[in-house]
Structures are given as structure tokens and as C-alpha cells.
Write a protein that binds this ligand. Structure first.
Ligand code: KG4
Ligand code: ZN
Length: 380
């Protein structure tokens, strides 16, 4: 099946073409630079940017995949959860596209797509390689520039273009950690399309904690990647930040207290920010606290529910310390670990497309074209 997928739930406008599990193209136009000026995502601005960028991004995805609209056999889009005005743009456009083509449409739960994103991996097989199978991310703070045909350029730059393909051959029941700027979830995935939320954050999401702690340290939004970078040269034991709910047997998280302790520390010792090494130590220590809680709770949940596999996805899964510590803990405990590719951790339409194709192929009925977005849609 050749399927076009669209994702506009937050601040990334993304379109992807998927065929038989292969990501033929994935174009992401990120609005990070635009929202950075305001220190967070501004919903109205996000919606306006989606409106402006959706058509060129979709056109680029079709071009990269070398697929004509008439060749599409289905269309999918994120139906929720997310910012209402942002979701509306991609979801309604995708429904209109499906209507015009006379093809089935499927609305996808954003977090359910994250759950399966770790199974989309770079293929090492060159055979049958699609000529344009590499991700394209466009960072911009204003109008989307004309999208050049970069195929030749990319061939030169990378030698061999990457080929991403969904491979579920090693799938087994797992505990999945979804950590992003808006969500922190632990989910038991019992079988494909069958899952149960075990716990979530009672206040701030893990990414939000990175961003807010970083803001207190004077780092630009989003601070997560910058904390990750600075922490590499910092001492994680320099400051003893709390590990909220670490001892709690449940699977819920809480991160607002950690952010508050960074605030109090800096209120009492503002001079720390004048010393670059102290800032690195602050980053490493705050990061260590977040990572320790995420890893301990994930491992505990996996043990409790008797699964042998752990997966992780969402923007915070880009964090190197989290990747390292999850790998270390899984090795110690004998769990197989699947981490989403760093190019697929943050929001993207490729994961929406892969899940939609699998669902339609499995006989899941299409979503009616008069159905609405579900901004508060909770994962069952
Ligand atoms: O998945 P994503 O795009 O979700 C939302 O749109 O909510 O993730 C964005 C979040 C931000 O909070 C960002 O600071 C965090 O992921 N993030 C990181 C890293 N890369 C992104 N946090 C820690 N370390 C990173 N390397
Ligand atoms: Zn997401």
C-alpha cells in the first residue's frame, strides 16, 4: 500500500510517504526557531505556520518519494492528542485529500504512533534501496523557503542515502517509555495495537523539566539538547537534586519539584551562572536526576509486567545519557532494548504513516471523513 501521512499536532509540520513499511520520504519543517523567541510553543503561531507550510511540505514528500498523488492508496493524519488549531490544519487537509482521491483515510493517535516508532530502523541492506529515502528536516523561523531538489546534493554528501524501514520481526510484548516536551508515559504494549497506560506525569513532562530548568540557567528554548551537550562535560554528582517519586511503587512521574529545586538553588546561589563549569555541573546533575527516575521506573514496570523488551521514543529519547543509561540497565537486567532512531524521536509523519499502513492492512476500518480532531484523546 502506498500511503501519505501528515502530522501537525504541535510545532512540526511533517509529511511522509510509506509503502510496505518503507519510509519513501519524510519531510519535517520544524518551527523551533520561531517559538524560541517566545520561550515555548505559541498555539496560534503554530497553526498559522502549519497552514503556510503544509502544502509545500506535502509536495516535497511526494516529490522525494517519486510518487504522484494518483498513485496514493490511502491517506492518514494525526487526529490527537495535540494543540487543537494545529491538529485541525493537518487533519482536515488530509481528509480533503482522501476525499479528492476517493481513497480511505485513517486518523491516528499520536502516542500510539510513538509506541511503534522504535521499530522503524535504518536498513543496512542496499538491495531495492529507494533512490530518495533520506529524511529531510527544514529548520526555519519564517516563511518556508522553496524546496530545492536536493537528491544529487545528498548523494554527494552522504554517499549512500539512508533507507528506513519498519521491521517488526523482533517485536515482543514490551514496556514503552514515551518522553517528550508535552508527555511522559509508561505503556504496556501487550501485542500490536493492544496496549495499556501504566503511568504518566502528574505535573510537568520530562522534556518540560529539561526546558524549564534550562530556562532558569539562561539556556535558549528548547533547552533539552543544550543541557545534553553541556552535561557531557559536567559532574552529575556536583548537585544533589531530588528524584521525585523514585521510591513510589507506582508508574507515575512528577518533575515539577525538580525544576523548583533548581530555581531555589539559583535563587540562593545566582553566582553559579557566572561560572561555565558550574553551569555544566548543573546540567549534568539535573539531567542525572531526570534520567535516573525515567530509567528506574521503566525497568521496574518491565519487571513487574513480566515483559522481556523495553522501548523508548519521543524528543527526550534523543538524550545521550538516557540512551546510555537505558542500555546499561537493560543489559544488566537482560531486557532487549529498542530505542527510536534519533531522527524519529521528535514528531514526524513517518511514524504516523507506518502505523496507519499496518492498521489498514490489518483490516482496521477507515475513519469517516466527517470525523473531528480529538485534542484531548487519551491513550487507552
Ligand atoms: O517529541 P517532541 O518534539 O515533543 C513535543 O513536541 O512535545 O520533543 C521535544 C522535547 C523538548 O522538551 C526538548 O527539550 C526535548 O524533547 N529534547 C531533549 C533532547 N532533544 C530534545 N531533551 C533532552 N536531551 C535531548 N538531547
Ligand atoms: Zn510526540
Amino acid at each position: 500500500m502506498t500511503l501519505l501521512a501528515i502530522e501537525t499536532s504541535c510545532d512540526e509540520t511533517s509529511a511522509a510517504v510509506v509503502r510496505h513499511g518503507e519510509v519513501l520520504s519524510s519531510v519535517i519543517s520544524s518551527q523551533i526557531k520561531l517559538h524560541a523567541e517566545y520561550g515555548g510553543v505559541v498555539p496560534e503561531l503554530a497553526a498559522r505556520e502549519h497552514l503556510r507550510n503544509l502544502a509545500p511540505v506535502t509536495e516535497a514528500a511526494l516529490q522525494e518519494a517519486r510518487v504522484r498523488p494518483g498513485e496514493l492508496e490511502a491517506v492518514a493524519a494525526t487526529q490527537g492528542p495535540g494543540l487543537p488549531a494545529a491538529l485541525l490544519v493537518g487533519f482536515k487537509a488530509a481528509q480533503a485529500f482522501a476525499f479528492a482521491l476517493g481513497k480511505p483515510f485513517l486518523g491516528i493517535h499520536h502516542h500510539e504512533a510513538h509506541l511503534y516508532s522504535p521499530w522503524i530502523a535504518e536498513s543496512t541492506t542496499r538491495e531495492g534501496r529507494h533512490p530518495a529515502g533520506e529524511f529531510q528536516t527544514i529548520q526555519h523561523a519564517g516563511k518556508l523557503p522553496a524546496l530545492p531538489d536536493r537528491t544529487a546534493d545528498r548523494e554527494r554528501r552522504t554517499g549512500t542515502p539512508k533507507r528506513f524501514i519498519a521491521d517488526f520481526s523482533t517485536f515482543q510484548p514490551n514496556v514503552s517509555l514515551i518522553v517528550s516536551g508535552g508527555h511522559t508515559l509508561l505503556v504496556l504494549v501487550e501485542a500490536e495495537f493492544r496496549h495499556r497506560v501504566l503511568g504518566s506525569t502528574v505535573d510537568d513532562a520530562a522534556g518540560e523539566c529539561f526546558d524549564k530548568a534550562g530556562k532558569l540557567m539562561g539556556l535558549p528554548y528548547p533547552a533539552g539538547p543544550e543541557i545534553d551537550r553541556l552535561a557531557e562535560a559536567g559532574n552529575p554528582k556536583a548537585f544533589d537534586f531530588p528524584r521525585p517519586l523514585l521510591g513510589d511503587p507506582g508508574a507515575d512521574f512528577s518533575f515539577s519539584g525538580l525544576k523548583t529545586s533548581v530555581r531555589y538553588l539559583l535563587r540562593d546561589h545566582p553566582d553559579l551562572l557566572h561560572h561555565p563549569q558550574s553551569v555544566r555541573d548543573l546540567c549534568a546533575s539535573a539531567q542525572a536526576a531526570i534520567v535516573e527516575v525515567l530509567v528506574a521506573k521503566t525497568i521496574r514496570a518491565a519487571k513487574r509486567h513480566g515483559v522481556r523488551q523495553v522501548t523508548a521514543s519521543g524528543g527526550v529519547t534523543c538524550n545521550r545519557a538516557l540512551r546510555r543509561e537505558l542500555a546499561r540497565a537493560c543489559q544488566t537486567e537482560g531486557f532487549a532494548l529498542r530505542l527510536a532512531d534519533t531522527g524519529l524521536c521528535t514528531d514526524n509523519a513517518a511514524m504516523i504513516g507506518v502505523l496507519a499502513e499496518r492498521k489498514l492492512s490489518a483490516g482496521v476500518p477507515p475513519t469517516p471523513l466527517d470525523q473531528e480532531i480529538k485534542p484531548g484523546w487519551a491513550l487507552a
